[in-house]
Design a binder for this molecule. Structure first.
Ligand SMILES: [Zn+2]
Length: 1018
């Protein structure tokens, strides 16, 4: 305490801010003058399973005559067995606190997809709470040093007068159930406890708490736990839906910001000008402070942040180790590369990201827990590891969560000026980026053929807090010279697998010598070009999202935590120029006020409307906005109304011009009215009837598809594999069944879960009121079954379209939906959530309408497709095997052998095919072609993976030669219908917007997919 106050006069002297010597913490311990709540305290002891699972910070609860404890709402103490409060109870308690003490205030921060409220609770001394707005105004100036002309002396003054904000977020992961009660009790302690330790926190930090981030999922989890308690001795269902759309992946949305919870937390963090986001998770014994994590660190963060991670992480371990609590550690296996985690929004916005994994039982049962050897092993960073076996309670978990948070808050309070100064310094260094490490700006050219997609990407950057400007006149900057693709290097190790595929390695600039440094070239951007200047406080998030990622195949980190690549311009199919020339900042430009939009509406007059197809997903929204309108696709490019139109462009009739103009303005689409339709071959673009199918074993992958279908207002029926089992005539109801990746093997999709135990219902009942909203079943265990599989076959044979991707492609191939397509897994291939380059194979396929070549697609452990012209046959290209090697005999390796004593026979030419093609049929195969697939029924490749030397766009690719040139998107006819297979995942975390229209084209053209096809002559 004394020590702390001695810091204040020091803090007024500017040089002190540069210190990195941390202030030692106060000693914990209750204020002997303050009474404790005896009953509550005895319950804490009762529910804590070992004395060393508690600390001097949480082994008592101070009493208050005016402020209610969590017991007022819970009926028992925080962390009591058998009790998981719904969000409404948690909020009720926080609002009781607000009523009882002026040290607590509750703020509503928005709503979830299902309409539930999210809150943030501020706790601090009366003095700080009375001046929140003034403090926020000071923090806002530190957050944007341009407002104080980058004046360090001014910043020092602001730092001296300001109080930092530490933002704690609980329960983003719904099966991790402890945080709400832990932060209820934490708020009480911070408001009530008069010990020197807690007072120092209260007086020097504003603690901000969102007790539940995933509110929809929390309420479902409480339902599930109630079902479990009401059905003793039974197995209970897994939590198949967390949020409305995604499960665990709700913590991977910090880049694309598509979930309400992400946007609400980001807006809170940015508007409060908080310094920290500390996110609470529960999956590792007993407290893994993964803040320090492991390499490779994200390459775009300020190194000051890495230092802050170390300081806070190790202080945490140090304090809790001294309390004698086992199993507290930092480092561990979490690599700090991906910026997609909720807490990482602080890291990319000049704050500090932190994350705890404590140990939870996914509910509030007290249970004997046995750990794996790797979990209880003593390592260099885990000197006091968890116990191999221990009885573990929700209260133990709450003790760890609260103790960790209190030590962190104490350390943060003691070093408040240091962290505030760092906050300013990181913002200042972000603004100085153009002239230090660069780049100077990211530039989005006005002549991008995809203005809608460009506007959408710019709106995302605006949501991330970035300022966008627009050039009023053309401007010229020097751009780095284009390098030739590396020799096999982009495919990772083993990329240069011998291949005779045409073009492989051909783009390698053989003439390009290492000593010839390519020269920068001038590039002129037209007026109207958008510029994201990097001399702004949140330049780092823009750099993180828009730059390229490279994960070295030989990186020492082998347990890669998540995706390795995400480059937003590439995956959105939007042109993004990384400009290092600081002259760009002198271009005449003005700040864009309000969200960036693409121009739209109707030009000219006439009753027929022509709309350019550029794979903008607003086109899909438009089609379903006018389901009764007549839409046709042009099968060839054409010119009309003074415009050039791509193949696939829309020709629209029976829609009122005013209605189309209104829609066009809203959606950023331009239509050109004409009196006579152009002379071009067309076919109908249907507002197809869509079903989106999920399994009852995982909804994680399909959630991202469903979310975007909803956002783009594409109507569909949401069905499960069980629906298909019970529905004899699917074709009568649907034109298209979309079956997104489901993380299950083909057999599990058919068989479902084992049927040994009791039924596992997922249903709205009085006991489980929150379980519906998406889908329901009496028993989650059965899969599609063999009947369902037959129904699905029948659906396609009768003219339906089945769309599959990644592991559901395996399902379609395994169960005979795709004659001529085979799938293999890579032997050494490693693609861990990376962006890869594709090449156009068949631009006349309706699936390719609106696309240009070289689209970047997202893949993670992609299936490797091969094609054959025969049923059950091997593939083409590289699968040709060893038939090109010659036997032992006369001559050189390339010569033919010559049998002696007769005239040499003419050797027939070997059939040759590219890797993505089927090997042409031989005369032998055609002698009695029982297995030969008729030409019109053969699979048609739309896109393939690029050659290995240019395959990698962003992320990790190793042994890329195994995947290079193989088909990536295939249209496989089957009966009267089609199956469209994706090796990539076209809908992933809202990061792959450039790929969406491959799926939408398939849907709109489901009954004309054969358009533009050139058939083999035999
Ligand atoms: Zn978690």
């Amino acid at each position: 305490m004394n020590f702390f106050w001695s810091l204040v006069p020091l803090a007024l002297a500017a040089p002190v801010f540069a210190q990195t010597v941390a202030v030692p913490p106060l000693q914990p311990g209750r204020d002997p003058a303050q009474a404790i709540d005896e009953e509550y305290t005895s319950k804490i002891r009762e529910y804590t399973t070992e004395p060393f699972f508690n600390s001097p910070l949480t082994d008592y609860l101070p009493a208050s005559k005016t402020v209610p404890t969590p017991k007022a709402v819970l009926g028992d103490i925080a962390g009591a067995p058998g009790i998981l409060p719904y969000s409404t109870d948690v909020y009720k308690y926080m609002r009781m606190l607000e009523k009882a003490t002026s040290r607590v205030k509750v703020f509503s921060i928005g709503h979830t997809e299902e309409g539930r409220e999210m809150i943030a609770v501020a706790v601090a001394s009366e003095r700080l709470m009375a001046h929140l707005d003034e403090n926020r105004a000071r923090l806002a100036r530190l957050a944007d040093p341009r407002t104080i002309q980058m004046n360090d002396a001014e910043a020092d003054k602001l730092v001296a007068e300001s109080t930092p904000i530490y933002y704690i977020t609980g329960t983003i992961h719904s099966t991790e159930t402890g945080a709400p009660t832990a932060v209820m009790e934490l708020a009480y302690r911070l408001a009530v406890d008069d010990s020197a330790y807690i007072r120092a926190i209260r007086d020097h930090v504003i603690t901000l708490i969102t007790p539940i981030v995933e509110v929809d999922g929390r309420d479902r989890m409480v339902d599930l736990y109630r079902w479990h308690l009401a059905n003793p001795g039974k197995q209970w269902p897994q939590l198949i839906y967390w949020g409305h759309y995604v499960m665990h992946d709700n913590n991977r949305d910090a880049m694309a910001l598509t979930l309400a919870l992400t946007r609400n937390v980001l807006n809170t963090f940015l508007s409060w000008k908080a310094q920290v986001i500390h996110d609470l998770h529960e999956s590792v014994p007993y407290l893994y402070d993964n803040t320090v994590g492991d390499g490779p660190y994200n390459a775009w963060i300020d190194p000051i942040l890495a230092d802050e991670w170390e300081m806070m992480g190790w202080n945490n371990v140090s304090q809790m180790t001294k309390f004698g609590m086992p199993g507290v550690f930092t480092h561990g296996t979490f690599d700090t590369w991906s910026p997609s985690y909720l807490m990482f929004m602080a890291a990319t916005h000049n704050g500090i990201s932190r994350l705890y994994e404590t140990f939870g039982n996914a509910g509030a049962d007290t249970e004997e827990r046995t750990l794996r050897p790797s979990e209880y092993a003593r390592t260099w960073f885990k000197q006091n590891p968890p116990l191999p076996k221990a009885k573990w309670s929700q209260r133990d978990n709450n003790n760890y969560e609260e103790t960790g948070l209190l030590t962190a808050l104490s350390y943060f309070a003691a070093n408040e000026k240091l962290f505030l100064h760092n906050f300013y310094l990181k913002a200042k260094r972000s603004i100085e980026k153009p002239r230090t490490e660069g780049p100077a700006a990211y530039v989005f050219t006005a002549d991008d053929p995809r203005p809608g997609a460009q506007a959408e990407l710019l709106r995302l950057l605006q949501m991330q807090g970035c300022e966008i400007s627009r050039a009023g006149a053309p401007f010229t900057v020097l751009m780095p010279a284009k390098r030739a693709p590396g020799r096999g290097g982009r495919g990772g190790r083993g990329a240069a697998i011998p291949t005779d595929g045409a073009g492989e390695g051909a783009t390698d600039g053989a003439a390009h010598k290492a000593d010839e440094k390519p020269k920068p070239e001038p590039r002129t951007f037209p007026a109207g070009t958008y510029i994201l200047r990097m001399d702004q406080p949140y330049s780092r998030i823009a750099d993180t999202l828009l730059d390229y990622q490279y994960w070295a195949p030989n990186d020492p980190q082998k347990s890669i935590y998540d995706d390795t690549g995400w480059t937003f311009g590439e995956l959105s199919d939007v042109q993004v120029a990384r400009v290092t020339d600081v002259k760009v900042l002198d271009a005449a430009m003005t700040r864009v006020e309000g969200p960036v939009t693409a121009p739209g509406g109707v030009e000219n007059t006439g009753s027929i409307f022509l709309i350019h197809h550029n794979a903008d997903h607003a086109l899909m929204t438009l089609r379903y906005r006018f389901p009764q309108g007549s839409f046709e696709a042009a099968e060839e490019p054409f010119e009309a109304a003074g415009q050039k139109f791509n193949r696939g462009s829309f020709i629209v009739r029976n829609v009122a011009s005013a209605d189309l103009a209104k829609a066009g303005q809203e959606l950023g689409l331009k239509a050109y009215a004409v009196d006579a339709a152009p002379q071009v071959k067309t076919h109908p673009l249907r507002a197809a009837r869509i079903a989106l199918m999920h399994t009852w074993t995982s909804t994680q992958g399909e959630g991202w598809w469903r979310m975007e279908f909803d956002r783009l207002k594409v109507p569909y029926d949401y069905i499960s594999t069980q629906t298909v089992a019970g529905e004899g005539n699917l074709r009568a109801k649907y034109d298209v069944i979309v079956f997104p990746p489901s993380r299950g093997n083909a057999q599990a999709i058919v068989e479902g879960m084992p049927m040994y135990g009791n039924p596992l219902p997922w249903k709205v009942t009085p006991l489980t009121p929150n379980m519906g909203k998406t889908d329901q079943t009496d028993d989650m265990r059965p899969g599609m079954g063999w009947t369902g599989l037959e129904h699905l076959h029948e659906f396609v044979r009768q003219g339906g379209l089945l769309i599959v991707a990644n592991d559901t492609s395996n399902f379609a191939v395994t169960f005979g939906f795709t004659p001529g397509v085979s799938v293999s897994a890579g032997r050494g291939l490693k693609v861990t959530g990376s962006a890869l380059r594709s090449k156009m194979v068949d631009a006349a396929s309706p699936i390719a309408y609106g696309f240009t070549d070289n689209l970047a697609i997202f893949a993670s452990n992609p299936p490797i497709f091969s094609l054959s012209n025969t049923v059950g046959g091997g593939g083409g290209g590289r699968r040709g095997g060893d038939d090109r090697t010659r036997p032992t005999g006369r001559g050189t390796a390339d010569d033919p052998d010559v049998p002696q004593g007769r005239t040499p026979a003419e050797i027939p030419e070997e059939p040759h095919a590219e890797t993505w093609e089927a090997t042409p049929l031989t005369d032998e195969q055609l002698r009695n072609p029982v297995n030969v697939i008729p030409p019109a029924q053969r699979p048609r490749v739309v896109l393939r993976y690029a050659n290995s030397n240019e395959l990698l766009v962003s992320g990790l690719l190793d042994n890329g030669g195994e995947l290079a040139q193989h088909a990536a998107v295939i249209d496989s006819p089957y009966g009267q219908g089609h199956v469209v297979l994706f090796s990539n995942n076209p809908f992933w975390r809202a990061e792959t917007k450039g790929s969406y229209f491959l799926v939408f084209n398939a849907i709109l053209n489901f009954d004309s997919l054969g358009a533009g096809r050139k058939l083999a002559n035999r």
